[in-house]
Structures are given as structure tokens and as C-alpha cells.
Write a new protein. Structure first.
Length: 159
């Protein structure tokens, strides 16, 4: 399996990521039929600000750049107040780097990182139309715990 490192995201990287993330999430909301274009953008910004009220320094939130010899993606997760459960808020591998094993390596690295922080379970949301992501998550041991409106919440232990 590929090996990657996770390094903390800088404030400048976070700002670039924010614009991309909101646009990507708004697009997913529209394509899933959950929102119209203007509502999707508003919803995406609202949820982003709620998840990251202090930007890259938001409490109980870990923002990482996924790197090999260069940056190949990003992964961000939050923990609950007790810090026993984590939830991946966003995860992306650069389009030119997809299909090279970075996704699986990054998920395994973030599970190891979470376990080192005492987190026992990690969850994430996936839109059903994103079959490549769904297959990746299932191959990494994530299983559905809730299915609704064109998406699923998947979870697995950090073991």
C-alpha cells in the first residue's frame, strides 16, 4: 500500500480549501436533487462556517494535507466533546492523483491519527452517486449505519 503523511494545513491552504470545498459540496447538493443552485451555495457556506467557526484552528477539528513527495489531497475531521468519535468532514484526492492508492493510504493514516487521539470510531457521509468513493470506503472497512436521501453515513472502528 502507498504511504502518505498527514501534515497540518496552514491558514492559507485552509482558505483555498474553503472555496473549493463549498463549491464542491454545493454541486453535490444540486446533483443529488436536494437543493437548487442558490440554496445549495447558501447551505454549503452555512454548514462550512458551522463546522469551522475558527477556520483551520476550530476546536476539536483536525485539518490535514495528505502528502507523498508532494501534496496530493486533504482530509479534515472533527471529534465529539468526549473525543471518542470522529467524523470526516471533507476528504479529497487531487483529480490527477486519483486511482493511485492515495485514498486508501490517507484513510488508513487518518484512522491511525484518530486512534492516537483516543478516538474509537470514525464516520463519514457519502453521496450514493459517488460510487468510486463508496467502494473506497467499503474497501477500507466502513459500513453503512444510516441511509437517507441519496446519501449514507458510514462508520468503522479505528482499530
Amino acid at each position: 500500500m502507498k504511504q502518505v503523511s498527514l501534515r497540518p494545513m496552514t491558514a492559507a491552504e485552509f482558505e483555498t480549501f474553503a472555496a473549493w470545498s463549498v463549491g464542491s459540496y454545493a454541486q453535490s447538493l444540486m446533483e443529488s436533487g436536494m437543493e437548487t443552485e442558490s440554496a445549495a451555495v447558501n447551505t454549503a457556506w452555512k454548514e462550512f462556517r458551522e463546522a469551522f467557526p475558527a477556520g483551520v484552528d476550530s476546536e476539536r477539528t483536525f485539518c490535514y494535507v495528505i502528502a507523498d513527495t508532494k501534496a496530493v489531497g486533504v482530509i479534515l475531521y472533527e471529534t465529539d466533546v468526549q473525543q471518542s468519535r470522529g467524523f470526516i468532514l471533507d476528504f479529497a484526492i487531487a483529480e490527477a492523483e486519483q486511482g493511485k492508492g492515495y485514498g486508501k493510504a490517507a484513510l488508513m493514516a487518518v484512522l491511525k491519527d484518530a486512534k492516537s487521539k483516543g478516538i474509537q470510531t470514525m464516520g463519514l457521509n457519502v453521496f450514493h452517486r459517488n460510487q468510486a468513493a463508496l467502494h473506497l470506503y467499503e474497501a477500507c472497512g466502513f459500513r453503512p449505519v444510516r441511509v437517507y436521501e441519496g446519501n449514507s453515513i458510514l462508520e468503522r472502528t479505528t482499530e
